[in-house]
Design a protein around this ligand. Sequence first.
Ligand code: RET
Length: 291
Amino acid sequence: MGSVQAALFDGIALSVTQQDLFEHALNDVAFGASLYANIALAGFALLLFAFMARNVSDPRSQLIVVSVMAISAVSIASYSGLASGLTISIIEMPDGHTLAGATTELAHSGEEVDGTVALWGRYLTWTFSTPFILLALGLIAGSNLTKIFTAIVFDVLIMVTGLAAALTTSSHLMRWWWYAISCVFFAVVLYILLVEWPEDAKAAGTSSIFRQGQILTVVTWLGYAVFWAAGNEGLGVFETAVVTSWGYSILDIFSKYILGFIIIAWVIENEDLVSGGQTYGATSEAIPADD
Ligand code: RET
């Protein structure tokens, strides 16, 4: 193996194959269910939202609907990556970590392998799903492009540094260092959600729905950060990947599907309020007719 690759995968068990991890998720029913249930739920949400919003014709309202649907679309891919074993690894934690030296029993073979199961694909795919949550909320608040862009950029940074925290095996301290950086980026997003957008929403006359989305988002997102710290990749209060995985899967139900439902149900009743006009986003309209 090349030295770059060797460095990257140092501490990540390569003898466990992708097929082993696929079979592990399939045979450990409690663990597998936390993944398969979400694939089904995301598919159902996608169909339900498409049906609910079938008559929405205003372009800006449609943008909110598409954004909400994209969250579930990414989710199907995300959970498929986990269930297939593609985005799961067995990771050997560095000295000082509660789970340093821990072993995992593979559900299908009973084989005992060094390390703990890490579902790092979650952090990777949150990079692609969470921007859509912020886009939908920013549009509802009637916020400007600068604030929406800022929220999304720092959101992506939260997830990428969270991924780094999960995959770092060189040093226990470095894992928490990544975590700390991620929290700083999270503070930027929280500021926009708690301070900037409520004011924009007030001006746009959308305070009530924004507030519902804001509370659901802030509470669940804090939950993700706390859960990482407590789960098998952090302090190891919940030692097994099963409990950690279910924690995230349940948070996902609120942060994605329930939020999405509330937003779509509101948009279909409030197209007038959301509307930017039929030419919203059009590029040719700005050019005056030459006559
Ligand atoms: C991590 C660990 C590092 C510190 C922080 C985190 C925050 C994660 C958040 C996740 C939100 C996920 C959602 C997923 C839905 O698809 C990466 C756990 C602050 C806020 C909403």
